[in-house]
Ligand binder design. Structure first.
Ligand code: ZEM
Length: 290
């Protein structure tokens, strides 16, 4: 045995530059694969990172993005996770090219990348998540139920450690993407620009007239004017609740404030329950196509 570093095997310790390479690869794949959905895998990548993180329970310290346990049944089969295979499959070639990154770090890096590449704020990132096995899968029912209202939202998000302002800021993610009838059963986008992050979700909530959609699907709202946009009962709850609504007004009036608070709350979400080593650096990635 020798302490001489010149003969010791070289351990690959990835640095910021290496993670930026992974970021760039994801960004370039987003640009390439523009024939998906509304033109981007971005929204479904954000949803994957959110569902990986949103299982966190602060009382028991279980769940959260450390582990990437949605790779395994039963968690992959939970109703809330329907459709997220598309996002996981999108990232497989990235994992193959950079096998040193854990799935847990990769899924969250992809969420950060998607937000930034869809013109959102920069979201600071720390690496260090470890993949865990099937035994760490969380029980079904930890993610919010779209059919429910403010009491349910508070139960679910307080369990993760968020307050009312943070709940409303997180909901602004619904500026992105859409509901798919073959996934959640709901249908349609929340905004007219589902691949660009804006505060339009809050503006539309306040400014449009919303009515129940007449159809055979689950109860959801549509905008009266164009009948092309949607709101879930859980979305509507944030303007039906007085305390939530105050924050909806703040974010509808001020996109910069929304971006600032959204960046902070998403970083918090993505780090729930992650045992970072002391001194772990916080990085911000350079956008590629944004
Ligand atoms: Zn969502 N979300 N979400 N969400 N979500 C859907 C889609 C997307 C709720 C919910 O039930 C649903 C947050 C919070 C909440 C995104 C991000 C974030 C869909 C549609 C449903 C039903 C799924 C489908 O059919 O494909 C509820 C009840 C929430 C409680 C407040 C938070 C927090 C998010 C991130 C920070 C995104 C980006 C999508 C769009 C996915 C896509 O494929 O387009």
């Amino acid at each position: 045995y020798s302490n001489d570093s010149s003969v010791a095997p070289k351990l690959f310790v990835p640095k910021f530059e290496d993670y930026q390479k992974v970021y760039n690869e994801i960004a370039n794949r987003l640009e390439e694969k523009e024939d998906y959905d509304d033109g981007s895998y971005g929204p479904v990548l954000v949803r994957l990172a959110w569902h990986a993180s949103g299982t966190y329970d602060k009382e028991t310290g279980t769940g959260g993005s450390n582990g990437a346990t949605m790779r395994f049944s039963p968690e992959s089969d939970h109703g809330a996770n329907a459709g997220l295979k598309a996002a996981r499959d999108f990232l497989e070639p990235v994992k193959a090219k950079f096998p040193w990154i854990t799935y847990s770090d990769l899924w969250i890096l992809a969420g950060v990348c998607a937000i930034q590449e869809m013109m959102g704020p920069t979201v600071p990132y720390r690496a260090g998540r470890q993949d865990r096995d099937v035994a760490a899968c969380t029980p079904d029912g930890r993610l919010p139920d779209a059919a429910q209202a403010q009491d349910h939202l508070r139960n679910i998000f307080y369990r993760m450690g968020f307050n009312d302002q943070e709940i409303v800021a997180l909901c602004g993610a619904h500026a992105l993407g859409r509901c798919h009838s073959d996934r959640s059963g709901y249908s349609g986008p929340w905004t007219f620009s589902p691949t660009v992050l804006t505060n339009d979700y809050y503006k539309l909530l306040l400014e449009e007239k919303w009515q129940w959609k007449k159809w055979n699907g689950p109860k959801q709202y549509e905008d009266k004017k164009t009948q092309t946009l949607m709101m879930l009962p859980a979305d509507m709850a944030i303007i039906q609740d007085k305390k939530f609504k105050e924050w909806v007004k703040v974010y509808a009036a001020d996109n910069d404030k929304f971006f600032q608070d959204f960046s902070a709350v998403v970083k918090k979400l993505f780090e729930l329950g992650v045992p970072f080593k002391e001194g772990t650096e916080t990085w911000t990635f350079k956008p590629v196509n944004a």
